[in-house]
Design a protein around this ligand. Structure first.
Ligand code: ATP
Ligand code: MG
Length: 652
């Protein structure tokens, strides 16, 4: 191990530990034994998990890895995902169980039981068939967070059409390139949805996007807001077509490797990639991980994942995983601050949510808004709380545990990607003594390790590149239409290993801490320093809610640390002054060592984020290095960069 790696791995000292509550440990779905079982016979272990599903034809072989990195799982097996997610629960006597408590932003709500869902999905499947959609065709879905979104996805899965859900916040351009890439035959959309207290139109964006997309034959439109929409010949109203369909439909058995969906990555680092997921392996792993990581008890739990279905988190943990397990879920249409900043906690109180899954960006926003807001609600129903999307700063973890989880609920920090399809590294809530900021260990059946630049595993205490060392059931099968890019992007950096792009360290116990993207690692006076650790040090200051750190070229040190900081709501007035900035710089030096002291700190009102809520450091690097700002098409709010740029002169 080189000296620089040592620096990278020894900065942050975090000694707090949170063992599982005894009651949870005693009745946990998955115990420590699962790690041993999977280590003994990984493929046998995954076959047992596949047996949690219902197969119309059993597989001949668990894994075909004869042509790496192109994997086939449960070869020769046949199943239907919609049948597994819906019909079989009805057949097993759970038709009356609620599948979704749906909450609209304006306060309207809908309850869909599994029996309701079976009828709705069947009608939608019959409607797709009437529109000429067939097995293997692609369907683009551009919708708000309304029940017709999962219904459309399941209807596609039912007939073997491959869906490509595009996040409803994307522009016409972004939608068009995704429609073109997938050559979608049908687009399913809505007139609009509610966001921040008012209708937000979607249909005009679709109209613009499909002007020159010859593959699109029809546009199926759900009426949600009732706002006026332009009518084109290709348009069909959902209520005209779907409502009159027969509410029974026989699901078609599909090959285990049948393409279920294409989904584009968030675009944090650049141009999004069309990730392809298939059927049997995908459902096996999302169902197992949802059962294991959230300890779901379908009879009693109420589960809520606050993500948008337009991201992989929503695909795997709002739609496929929870439904495969027969869960009762909450689904919410709008933003967390509408009509007030306690909306989410009000929803948890209303539905007695027991399992909650959200992102660090949301947690840090709530920290910024103040502790008094969640304190006004009864959150005592919660028992497991999760995080995904970015490394969670230890202070954000502890805040989440204390203020949302009553200092009782285990926090599961789940590391995974669009490409992995399902959670890969995470605590198990009934087994793991959690460490704030650590994703801990690969789940049973997953083989991951941190390696050096020669692909050798680093010893405990070392840092390097996070790799996946064995194929896993829900792995991406390729980048849609571009096998070569698939091989080059993920399998070329280290021979035979999948490289995710993230840096990580292993602590003295061998537990894994994510350090952010390797592209973001800073090189300061010959020392590798991770952005995550400096950000976490900043967030550990009581007046800081959120921080983003980048390395800017510096004549003296090679790179110098530049930090962008959002103060907490309760921080008071004096956060603009030189004294405060000095205090923060000293705080970092004190926490991590003088080498990590930022050259410059800027107080900003917002940070540039992708639409999925991840900080886009490459844009901040442009600011810090006085360059014109790069591609902002995946940015959630383009005005943020202007706000930050205005701040720059005074901060220098
Ligand atoms: P693109 O690949 O287009 O740049 P993206 O990587 O942001 O976009 P996603 O697949 O949504 O798209 O995000 C996966 C990434 O999110 C991971 O590679 C990792 O960097 C980060 N991430 C997700 N969960 C965690 C976590 N629990 N801890 C640390 N990082 C996480
Ligand atoms: Mg990525």
């Amino acid at each position: 191990m080189s000296e620089s790696q040592e620096t990278l791995s020894n900065l942050l000292q975090e000694t707090r530990r949170f063992p599982p509550p005894a009651e949870l440990a005693e009745s946990a779905n998955v115990t420590a034994e699962a790690y041993e079982r999977a280590a003994e016979d990984r493929l046998g272990f995954w076959a047992e998990q596949a047996d949690r599903l219902s197969w119309s034809k059993r597989w001949d072989e668990v894994l075909d890895w004869s042509n790496p990195p192109f994997a086939k799982w449960f070869v020769g097996g046949e199943l239907n995902i919609a049948y597994n997610c819906v019909d079989r629960h009805v057949e097993n006597g759970h038709g009356d169980r609620v599948a979704y408590h749906w909450e609209g932003e304006p306060g309207d709500s809908r309850t869909l039981t599994y029996a309701d869902l079976q009828k709705e999905v069947s009608k939608a499947a019959n409607a797709l068939l009437e529109l000429g959609v067939r097995k293997g065709d692609r369907v683009a879905v551009y919708m708000p967070m309304i029940p017709e979104l999962p219904i459309s996805m399941l209807a596609c899965a039912r007939i073997g059409a491959t869906h490509s859900v595009v996040f409803g916040g994307f522009s016409a351009d972004a939608l068009r390139t995704r429609i073109e890439d997938a050559e979608a035959k049908l687009v399913i959309t809505a007139d609009g949805g509610y966001r921040r207290g008012k209708p937000s139109a979607l249909k005009p964006t679709v109209d613009e996007a499909v002007q020159n997309t010859p593959s699109v034959e029809k546009v199926l439109v759900v009426r949600r807001t009732g706002e006026q929409v332009e009518q084109h010949e290709r348009d069909v109203w959902w209520h005209d077509l779907v409502d009159r369909q027969d509410d029974t439909h026989t699901p078609e058995p599909l090959d285990s490797e049948h393409p279920l969906y294409i989904l584009y990555t968030s675009g944090t680092t650049g141009k999004p990639k069309g990730i392809l997921h298939t059927t049997g392996g995908y459902l096996t792993q999302v169902a197992y991980t949802h059962h294991a990581v959230f300890d779901l008890k379908p009879e009693t739990d109420v589960y809520w994942c606050s993500a948008d279905i337009g991201w992989v988190t929503g695909h795997s943990y709002i739609v496929y995983g929870p439904l495969a397990n027969g869960a009762t879920s909450v689904m919410y249409e709008g933003t967390p601050d509408t009509p007030h900043r306690g909306r989410w906690w009000e929803i948890i109180q209303k539905y007695k949510v027991s399992i909650f899954y959200t992102a660090p960006t949301a947690i840090r926003t709530f920290m910024k808004w103040g502790d008094d807001i969640p304190a006004q609600y009864d959150l005592s129903s919660l028992r497991v709380i999760g995080s995904v999307g970015e490394p969670i700063n230890p202070e954000a973890y502890v805040w989440y545990r204390e203020h949302i989880g009553a200092d009782r609920c285990p926090v599961v920090d789940t590391w995974w990607q669009t490409e992995t399809g399902a959670i890969m590294i995470s605590p198990l809530p009934g087994v793991t003594a959690g460490k704030p900021g650590a994703a801990m260990r690969p789940l049973p059946g997953i083989v991951a390790d941190v390696v050096d630049d020669q692909a050798q595993p680093v010893p405990n205490g070392g840092g390097g590149f996070l790799t996946l060392q064995e194929p896993w059931p829900s792995m991406l099968r390729t980048i849609w239409g571009d096998d070569e890019r698939y091989v080059k992007t993920y399998w070329s950096r280290f021979e035979g290993l999948y490289f995710a792009g993230d840096g990580a360290k292993k602590d003295e116990d061998g537990d894994i801490w994510l350090l952010g993207r390797v592209d973001d690692v800073m090189l300061v006076s010959g020392h590798n320093i991770s952005t995550t650790e400096v950000e976490s040090a900043l967030v550990s200051h009581p007046k800081v809610a959120e921080a983003a750190v980048v390395g800017a070229t510096d004549p003296l040190t090679g790179q110098a640390i530049v930090a962008f900081v959002i103060p907490r709501g309760s921080a008071g007035e004096d956060v603009e002054g030189e004294d405060f900035l000095k205090e923060l710089r000293n705080h970092v030096a004190h926490t991590l060592g003088p080498i990590a002291k930022p050259r410059q700190i800027m107080i900003v009102p917002e940070l540039p984020k992708t639409r999925s809520g991840k900080i886009m450091r490459r844009l901040l690097r442009d600011v810090a290095e006085n360059r014109s700002i790069g591609d902002v098409t995946t940015l959630a709010d383009s005005t943020v960069m202007n706000l930050i740029a205005e701040k720059l002169p005074s901060a220098k």
